[in-house]
Design a protein around this ligand. Sequence first.
Ligand SMILES: NC(=O)c1ccc[n+]([C@@H]2O[C@H](COP(=O)([O-])OP(=O)(O)OC[C@H]3O[C@@H](n4cnc5c(N)ncnc54)[C@H](OP(=O)(O)O)[C@@H]3O)[C@@H](O)[C@H]2O)c1
Length: 272
Amino acid sequence: MTIPSVTLNNGVTMPLLGLGVYAPKQRNDVQQAVEDALALGCRLIDTAAIYGNERDVAAALAASNVPRNEVFITTKVWNADHGFDSTLRAFDESLTKLGLDVVDLYLIHWPIREHRRDTWRALERLYAEGRTRAIGVSNYYPPHLDELFETATVTPAVNQIEFSPYCYVPEVLDYCRAKGIQLEGYAPLVRGQKQHDPRLVAIAERYGKSTYQILVRWSVQHGVVTIPKSVHKDRIRANFDVFDFELTEADFQQLNTFFDNTRIADHPMDYL
Ligand SMILES: NC(=O)c1ccc[n+]([C@@H]2O[C@H](COP(=O)([O-])OP(=O)(O)OC[C@H]3O[C@@H](n4cnc5c(N)ncnc54)[C@H](OP(=O)(O)O)[C@@H]3O)[C@@H](O)[C@H]2O)c1
């Protein structure tokens, strides 16, 4: 399976579709899921310190035959570790658990108000030292980015936010595009909550695809990097099988109208 890539604002390439591994109740399954995904051709793995499974990702990488430089590994600094020195320490811990010398992308997981500027400064340091190939943020809406730009010396390469038709806020996508920030979407499948939405089912039937595949396709058709999570090989394969069809403009636009503010995580605007 060949997955297209995007080029970030610093020239680093990143796969358009990858595997999320947020699975607190299924830690034992994460290593196998990552091994399965790598075997299927997935080259982007999205983890985070708080997921508690960076060691499982490392074990999967070690067990696979995929060369390190072909895999894009993202991890994130957790809220409790914000601040300049504590972020540097948290990064070291993540790197050790991942068994890596360099990560591909390091993100601020949430914009915790008190320390997010210092945390960004720490990410800039890590980037300058070449310990992460790109730095970015997560759950940042335009006001958080406006604030970051007041002091930042590096523009975030990526902003990872919740992104599905049901929480689609075009202004955030437009803002990031205008600033050269690649948008990455999490929870693209809305954790299955919308699989029976009759409007989504009707679209899926027209393409002979599942509702899950339509949601993944909608994200990639926006040019948004997306990271559906599954620990089942057949589902991972299906979620990645979205490059043999294209949503018509009418269906794409209809999906763009599904906003009902369904979110599986907090609203970033609660973090002003
Ligand atoms: N930055 C942030 O704050 C943040 C927040 C949340 C998530 N994330 C990242 O985004 C990733 C994806 O989001 P998510 O895990 O919250 O939700 P998601 O990808 O929208 O949905 C995952 C759920 O859907 C199920 N599923 C997946 N494919 C399926 C299929 N083809 N058929 C039926 N069920 C299917 C999975 O179950 P099985 O595993 O049992 O198949 C799992 O319960 C996370 O893993 C994490 O890496 C980031």
